[in-house]
Design a protein around this ligand. Structure first.
Ligand code: DUC
Ligand code: ZN
Ligand code: ZN
Length: 488
């Protein structure tokens, strides 16, 4: 009997801190040995000339979720995870989304059941809190956080899901007390609403006005506010989908001041601009997402943030809607920009796009690629070291990449169910050719090899990066000196 169920031989194994020519031995889904000249496994994969990377973690994607527009995502847990794994991702962290009035306990149970039945790779969830009642805050969230749901998502905009600052403080307080990271969609709701009303009154309805209706300052203001609220309660936060230089600078300033403020940007903000929303007819609807793509100077700024570590993570914000009456055109064939469901597909191309535009064009090195697409996500979400690295003892979640393989992007080649890709016609150099999840070959040369429902809920613990700093604001301290219990 061989020592290994599987070996990966002769590849270049990359983590955030190492790059070595080595073989990997896998047993019972776990990496058990890394070294040269390992004995044969029951199965051997030859990775000569290839890069052997930790499987990607997509820490921000919407799957089988009802949007704040009341439109259902096109992808379910099967199609979304099949699409993800074809692009080198082996863990997804989508949302268990509370609608106002819902019990979050039930919401989590329902989303778990959907994933359990369909996902082909491992998964966990952020809990979206839209209705932080006393019951939710005091009875429902604490046991869920303890169980491993260690991130709470809040929206500062979108009428149906947003919370106000008072409610945000409540959510931050629960996160601080029980040990969760808070992740934020930061845009100023009233600046968007006010601008939208005036545009529509002036008869400006086309998709391109979506970009104008989400002013840059709406992002900057809300990012600043989220940081101040988090600082006041002393809770680490992750700002999702940053698009502007000024918002990025807010985050940088907070980081320079020693705060645990983390940042994310996404493929669409490196590759699209507001002009994409001005395509003929209703084609612009395909590119409507929030915040919207900005301009080329902002694209450069986003690259800078990825290079200089203002952004720790690079996620897809996959929010799939079909370009038809079930999705983008749900309000009719000629919707106003306000009626177009927000979001783009990107779960599959997230990593290949960054590999091609980042690694192959010399903007980032391969270790930074691993850090941005996998390791940092694992560290922030408490998935590390089971996920996000290749070490003895970690899950054998591994993607073998051919750095020179070139393919043209077409919708036909992608596996989500939206029926289009915003990156149609792009040439991408560098693709995963074999992807393993817990030692199972999930994709090989473009073919899916596993059954629906074979993914599992991942293990999550409270990570160091999400722990409070212990830096108490003076007024908090003063109030506490008077016996006021500010952190319940
Ligand atoms: N905006 C969001 O806030 N979520 C999903 C996608 C989008 O465009
Ligand atoms: Zn968002
Ligand atoms: Zn999102």
């Amino acid at each position: 009997m061989s020592d290994f169920d599987l070996t990966i031989r002769n590849g270049t194994v990359v983590t955030v801190s190492t790059k070595r020519d080595a073989d990997i031995g896998v047993k019972d889904g776990v990496v058990v040995k890394i070294g040269k000249g390992l004995s044969p496994g029951d199965r051997d994969i030859d990775a000569t000339g290839k890069l052997v990377l930790p499987g990607g973690i997509d820490g921000h994607c919407h799957i089988e979720q009802l949007s704040s527009f009341g439109v259902m995502n096109a992808d379910d847990f099967y199609s979304a995870t099949v699409s993800a794994v074809h692009g080198g991702t082996t863990t997804v962290v989508p949302f268990a989304a509370q609608q106002r009035g819902d019990s979050v306990t039930e919401v989590v149970r329902n989303y778990r059941a959907l994933a359990e039945e369909k996902a082909v790779i491992d998964y966990h969830f952020h809990i979206i809190v839209t209705d932080p009642t006393d019951k939710v805050l005091e009875e429902e969230l604490p046991p869920l956080i303890k169980e491993g749901f260690r991130s709470l998502k809040v929206f500062l905009t979108y009428e149906k899901v947003r919370i106000d600052d008072y409610q945000m403080l409540d959510v931050l307080e629960v996160a601080r007390k029980h040990g969760a990271l808070v992740v934020v969609h930061a845009e100023n709701n009233d600046m968007i609403r006010w601008t939208t009303d005036r545009l529509l009154k002036g008869g400006h309805k086309e998709a391109k006005f979506h970009a104008i209706s989400h002013p840059r300052l709406a992002e900057v203001e809300a990012v600043h506010r989220a940081i101040m609220l988090a600082r006041f309660i002393d809770v680490p936060i992750l700002i999702f989908h940053v698009t502007t230089r000024e918002a990025m600078e807010e985050i940088k300033r907070a980081q320079d001041a020693g705060l645990k403020v983390y940042g994310e940007t996404c493929p669409q903000y490196l590759s699209l601009t507001a002009e994409d929303l001005d395509r003929p007819g209703t084609e612009g609807a395909k590119f409507c997402c929030s915040p919207p793509p900005r301009d080329e100077a902002d694209q450069e700024a986003m690259w800078q943030g990825l290079v200089d570590n203002t952004f720790q993570v690079f996620n897809s914000d996959h929010a799939p809607y079909r370009y038809d009456e079930t999705g983008k055109l749900n309000a009719g064939p000629n919707p106003t920009f306000k009626e177009i469901a927000n979001g783009l597909p990107g779960i599959e191309l997230r990593m290949p796009l960054l590999f091609s535009e980042g690694v192959n064009k010399g903007r980032i090195d391969i270790s930074r690629f691993v850090e941005l697409t996998s390791t940092n996500m694992a560290r922030l979400y408490g998935l590390y070291p089971h996920k996000g690295t290749i070490e003895v003892g970690s899950d054998a979640d591994i993607a073998i990449w051919d750095p020179g393989l070139e393919k043209k992007v077409t919708d036909k080649r992608t596996h989500d169910t939206t029926g289009y890709t915003p990156f149609e016609g792009w040439t991408i150099k560098g693709w995963p050719v074999t992807v393993l999840s817990r030692g199972r070959v999930v994709v090989e040369n473009g073919e899916l090899k596993v059954e629906r429902g074979s993914g599992k809920l991942a293990i999550r613990e409270m990570p160091e990066l999400a722990k409070p700093l212990g830096r108490i604001e003076p007024e908090m301290d003063a109030a506490r000196n008077f016996g006021v219990e500010l952190y319940r």
